[in-house]
Design a protein around this ligand. Sequence first.
Ligand code: ADP
Length: 554
Amino acid sequence: DLSNAIMAQDEMGRPLIIVRDQSNKTKSSGLDALKSHIQAARQVSDILKTSLGPRGLDKILISPDGEINITNDGATILSEMQIENQIAKLLVELSKSQDDEIGDGTTGVVILAGALLDQALKLIEMGIHPIKVANGYEKASQIISSHLDSISDEINIDKLNIENNLLESSDLFKAAKTSLGSKIVNKNHNQFAKLAVESVLKITDFNRNDVDFELIKLQGKVGGSISDSKLINGVCIEKDFSHPQMNKNLNNVKIAILSCPFEPPKPKTKHKLEISNVDEFKNLQKFESNKFIQMIESIKNVGANLVICQWGFDDEANSLLLSNNLPAVRWVGGSDIESIAIATKGSIVSRFEDLTPEKLGYADKVYEVEFGTTRDKMIIIENNNTKIDTNKVNTVTNLIRGSNKMIVDESIRSLHDSICVVRNLIKNNKIVYGGGSVETSCSLKIMQEADKQKGIDQYAFRAFSQALDVIPMSLAENSGYNPIVELTKLKAAQVANNNPHLGIDCLGNNNNNMKDLFVIETFIGKKQQLLLATQLTRMILKINNVIISGKDQY
Ligand code: ADP
């Protein structure tokens, strides 16, 4: 095999051939390769199966440097696992894309993809060509997509109810609460559902039904308990006022937001400054502090009563700020500065001379809070406006508390998912019912359609149908039921009652009508799950060669 050979010349110009060693390039192809891919994918999806649903178990993830993470979130579990296999990595990407687009359903999408591959393998082992399976899957997914439409429902986004403080009876609230069902914040369901709904509503533009996610901050602070978590109408930054004696409780605050240095002029090293006696030194000092006082005055003249600086200033400047009654915060990071500017509708000023009254940010209140015994401090920049106001840009921050970092992190992830659900519902109030009811209904539908297909598609359709069954079966298994028995009962019940909303009664409510229990999933989320899982499966089925490049050795 000369494909590994290269021609070269020695120092005398004589030609010679160097044959490269195959080294550690690995290559696998054909059915073997496909089988090993599917096995790898199955391992990943098996890990997630036990996390699905309200009775799903949490996983402890321990990073290489010993950091512990407890979670139930599919995307997080996968991203923390040190996955080597290339195909398994595609599943990680899969849950990530579901996370980015929708924010919820990250476990389900991987389980579904795993099941689709598993079923495909059976067909391939029967001698059906992978591409035929892939094409059959594609056809099936289109039918499912329109079936989803036919069993979907709409919820009521009742703005008035919410504004009149009837939040807890709103559909949005119930939806947020359902999505928290399987999470660590279990006991604080109501509180967290409220946080989710309120924070989304505060920034929703109801004219366009649009939600700018950037305006909801999720910030964790270890200490206290989960129930101390709260929603702040503004931003909080992990800083304190530059001087302990400054006024730490400001009202009607006009803020100068500076990304330029704010300090007395300093002689640069490249200039030479000759000081030969004490008077000259004192003069210089005086000059510097006068200059700085002028700077302070100019800030006050513009109307500001608080300065937020990206840079620091020294103690002398600090005491001048104090004595001139201008509270300041120093060393505020770039992203905090940006959030402050957005939340207060101010502009970041990068040259001191550019400061004008229009560039100031405004907040109703700015105050410092101290946390328990740790003496940790935070500054909260807040607007009183609690009315839902469509014209106002407003940043909100969910300050999440908890006794340790693991709880805080997982609570943030749960709240994030729940916020995603609320946001998705505001954008599109179409829903389907969960608890495996949609999957079961789609499975029945596609099984019916299978009989109408000619040729190989029949097999692909049946395989797809069986793959969908994995969701209700996993939910049943995680809730302590016999999965096969439950699935059979469920299918019979859906057909007998002609009701696609029947699902797995995970929480033992003695009712398996998911509509009654308000177990919902967003329509766009479910559609995306099916789409992404099918796409990925087709992609993997079409791979027949994996070449992993290693380092070549000569
Ligand atoms: P994902 O990361 O995919 O959202 P979850 O662990 O949140 O995974 O589980 C979601 C699944 O659990 C969905 O199929 C959903 O319909 C189902 N589910 C959630 N709450 C309930 C409930 N109270 N009863 C039955 N099923 C539920």
